[in-house]
Design a protein around this ligand. Structure first.
Ligand SMILES: NC(=O)c1ccc[n+]([C@@H]2O[C@H](COP(=O)([O-])OP(=O)(O)OC[C@H]3O[C@@H](n4cnc5c(N)ncnc54)[C@H](OP(=O)(O)O)[C@@H]3O)[C@@H](O)[C@H]2O)c1
Length: 322
């Protein structure tokens, strides 16, 4: 079968089309004919070589989520899955392929009214957004700031915070056009990447919750935007690690009782992730949640997809179709 592998870490042209043996489903797994593979921010980070210390070898196949149709089941798996459309988490990688074997506990059936592309635009990011807001102890009526809102995690966080009754949902983004798109998804205030207000209406002076996808050198200045008892949850490192001394900001603001936490969906039980995905897929099928697909490209165009990611062109998620 056709697959995309990282043959050279660094630039996107290190991604190549390769021929791999089709997998067979092991016990507890299903085999999926992939119709859509999501291109996640972390795929580009892995491809760049930034995570080399974590032991990614040449030949690694990126891609953490797919949607498609179950074509076979392994031992111990109910055969009634065969023929059903599902979304699947494939792990840190393995999704840029024509066929993939996934554990049955990691698959979620898809409603008829939700496309495969839409499923991979929200399957992973929607759950991260949901549990990041929960990790921040977000409550209705609070003011939320989403830093790095134009990516798929940010887009879902904005929508979920609005649905859950946030008093304000401010976003950071790099262009007025993106700001307008985020407003159409429910954002109430648009900030530039530094956190300064753009547009006519002044944003809140401070926030109860900051969900941060970006980290990097700019992270400490967003701690200044937390209200007393404010909570920041870091979910991504799109701009790299924060400066080593960023925690001193929290100590400077001792009297505000601020909290900083990281969040990874890896710490959430599979059954809990699944329950949220079932609910979110149904909400998206009803039109209550928007899955934002930036572009659908053929699987062979994975390098182009990564160039677009590297260029910061992507609003939402690129989807590859075998
Ligand atoms: N916590 C978890 O469980 C979990 C799960 C999956 C992935 N992740 C992590 O989440 C991140 C990817 O999320 P994503 O796909 O939603 O994000 P993304 O699309 O890669 O980036 C989000 C936005 O951040 C802004 N941005 C990019 N570079 C920036 C910079 N240097 N300074 C400020 N803003 C910048 C861009 O928007 P503008 O140009 O509009 O500013 C971009 O659209 C990765 O770090 C990945 O490891 C975490």
């Amino acid at each position: 079968m056709k697959a995309i592998a990282i043959q050279r870490y660094g630039a996107p042209d290190g991604l190549a089309v390769v021929d791999l043996p089709a997998p067979g489903p092991a016990a507890g797994q299903v085999l999926i004919a992939v119709r859509a593979a999501g291109v996640g921010g972390v795929d580009a980070v892995i491809r760049s070589g930034a995570l080399a210390a974590y032991g990614f070898a040449e030949g690694f196949v990126p891609g953490g989520e797919v949607a498609g149709t179950v074509t076979a089941v392994g031992e111990g798996v109910d055969a009634s899955w065969i023929g059903r459309r599902v979304w699947a988490f494939t792990g840190t990688g393995g999704g840029y392929v024509e066929q993939v074997a996934a554990p049955v506990r990691e698959i979620v059936p898809l409603p008829a009214d939700l496309s495969d592309a839409d499923a991979v635009a929200l399957g992973s990011s929607g759950a991260v957004a949901h549990f990041a807001l929960a990790h921040a102890h977000f409550a209705p009526g609070e003011r939320v700031l989403v830093r790095g809102a134009a990516g798929s995690i940010g887009i879902m966080t904005v929508q979920l915070a609005v649905r859950a009754g946030a008093a304000a949902v401010a976003v950071t983004t790099s262009s007025a056009e993106r700001g307008d798109r985020l407003r159409s998804l429910g954002a109430t205030h648009v900030l530039d990447r530094s956190g300064a207000s753009t547009g006519a209406q002044d944003a809140p002076a401070d926030y109860d919750v900051v969900v941060d996808v970006v980290a990097g050198p700019g992270l400490p200045s967003f701690l200044d935007l937390l209200a007393p008892n404010g909570r920041m949850v870091a979910v991504g490192i799109v701009a790299g690690q924060p400066p080593a001394d960023f925690g001193t900001k929290l100590m400077d603001a001792f009297r505000k009782s601020l909290s900083f936490a990281t969040f990874s969906a890896d710490t959430v039980a599979a059954a809990d992730l699944r329950a949220v995905r079932v609910e979110q897929f149904a909400a998206a099928a009803r039109g209550e949640l928007a899955a934002v697909v930036h572009k659908v490209l053929p699987l062979e165009e994975a390098a182009l997809a990564h160039r677009k990611m590297d260029a910061g062109e992507v609003f939402g998620r690129i989807v590859l179709t075998p």
